[in-house]
Design a protein around this ligand. Structure first.
Ligand SMILES: *[C@@H]1O[C@H](CO)[C@@H](O)[C@H](O)[C@H]1NC(C)=O
Length: 391
């Protein structure tokens, strides 16, 4: 065979290998029906570029190292105690000032398979059995804790803790498959998100790769037990937070990387508008005393993610190549895990960006809770809580 012929054959075999992916190495090989959808992205110029040159998040203090695995949400009870946080093994833990205590759990079927493991990711295969509490919120009047469990739905547990009571596992006949975050108002309305009907939390990467639109913004009234779908066809809705005056709520839409304002009161009630374009992929959103919104971001939007977002066919082609999900994820997040959080005014103006662009201390932040001049930072990937002093 001539050298050219040999090269040609090699190329052909490589093309065949990539085309067929015989060893099922691609990120979507476990998903026989996998569709990619165009992401509703803003023009690139509108993606905020403001950065924190000093990487201030690197000054965060690492607390409770290896005592909490993948703490997603940080909540303080009406008496100011805490934080409470949901961890990878399915428990909600409570810091009493001296120790971590088991506070609550969502699964009635916990067993040794939920026992401690070396890293937050090692719990993924059993999350549907052990539970995975994401968003946490206290009812300020009753002290009840409301829990959005990624697999098991919406829960409530009293101030004494223990096994939480299931409130809701479906809305409109469609099961909650990825309950993500919630907030509660004074009238017993719980506003919450179901991120997707097709992908569960352990496949959040595939949800981003697909950017399918089955996410919903929902409401459940504790008194009337009525449920409503406020918005549907959302691409990975995630954090949700009422405004300080309760006239609107803001929720994060993950794939497009934006905040949506949904009016609850006044003449615009029931309508929505874009509140802000985010610098990346959001997770939870929480207000501070001033009614400003802290948004936790999983990562900045990379140019790669932007181009892939606009071109679903190209994205599907790349996803079918024998490249493992982890590498695809790295490309998506811009090469390395990093930390970024952003604060918005009640009008939706970007006020502050804090970063750890190297991911040296903080990465993939899932929630920012401001309290007494400090930011409590949770992350599904970190085995600790980071505390940043605003001082
Ligand atoms: C309970 O957990 C076991 C594993 O420990 C599992 O095999 C079983 O399917 C679970 N049952 C339910 C109802 O989830």
């Amino acid at each position: 065979m001539t050298p050219m012929g040999f090269l040609g054959l090699l190329f052909l075999l490589l093309a065949l290998y990539c085309g067929i992916d015989p060893f099922k190495k691609s990120a979507i090989s476990d998903f026989p029906v996998f569709e990619t959808h165009k992401v509703d992205l803003p023009p690139w110029e509108l993606v905020p570029m403001a950065s924190d040159k000093d990487n201030l998040l690197q000054k965060s203090e690492i607390k409770f190292l290896n005592q909490v695995q993948g703490p997603e949400s940080m909540a303080f009870d009406p008496l100011g105690r805490g934080p409470y946080t949901g961890v990878a093994d399915g428990r909600v833990l409570f810091w009493d000032g001296q120790n971590w205590n088991d506070f609550a759990f969502t699964s009635s079927n916990r067993s040794e398979i939920c026992n401690p493991k070396p890293s937050p990711l090692s719990y993924l295969p059993n999350e549907h059995i052990c539970g995975r509490p994401l968003g946490l919120r206290f009812d300020k009047k009753t002290g009840d804790l409301y829990i959005a469990d990624a697999y098991l739905g919406l829960f409530k547990v009293g101030p004494e803790g223990g096994l939480a009571t299931s409130l809701l596992t479906e809305v409109d006949g469609v099961p909650l498959r990825f309950t993500n975050d919630l907030d509660i108002d004074d009238e017993g309305n719980i506003y919450f998100t179901d991120s997707s009907n097709k992908f569960q939390r352990r496949n959040f990467m595939q949800l981003v790769f697909s950017s399918e639109k089955s996410g919903r913004l929902l409401r459940y009234n504790l008194h009337t037990k009525e449920t409503s779908v406020l918005q549907r066809n959302l691409q990975f809705p995630n954090g949700v937070s009422l405004s300080k005056d309760g006239s609107f709520l803001v929720f994060c839409e993950g794939c497009p990387g934006r905040l949506i304002k949904y009016w609850l009161k006044g003449e615009k009630a029931g309508s929505s508008e874009i509140f802000a374009i985010l610098p990346g992929f959001p997770d939870n959103i929480r207000t501070n005393k001033e009614g400003e919104f802290w948004v936790a971001l999983h990562c900045r939007r990379s140019t790669y993610a932007y181009i892939m977002g606009l071109h679903p066919k190209l994205r599907k082609f790349v996803l079918q190549l024998p490249i493992p999900a982890y590498i695809q994820y790295m490309l998506q997040i811009g090469g390395k895990p990093h930390g970024i959080v952003a604060k918005y005014s009640p009008e939706g103006k970007l006020l502050q960006v804090l970063e750890d662009s190297e991911g040296k201390v903080v990465k993939a932040v899932s929630e920012v809770e401001e309290r007494d001049g400090k930011l409590w930072l949770g992350s599904v990937l970190m085995p600790f809580v980071a505390v940043y002093n605003l001082g």
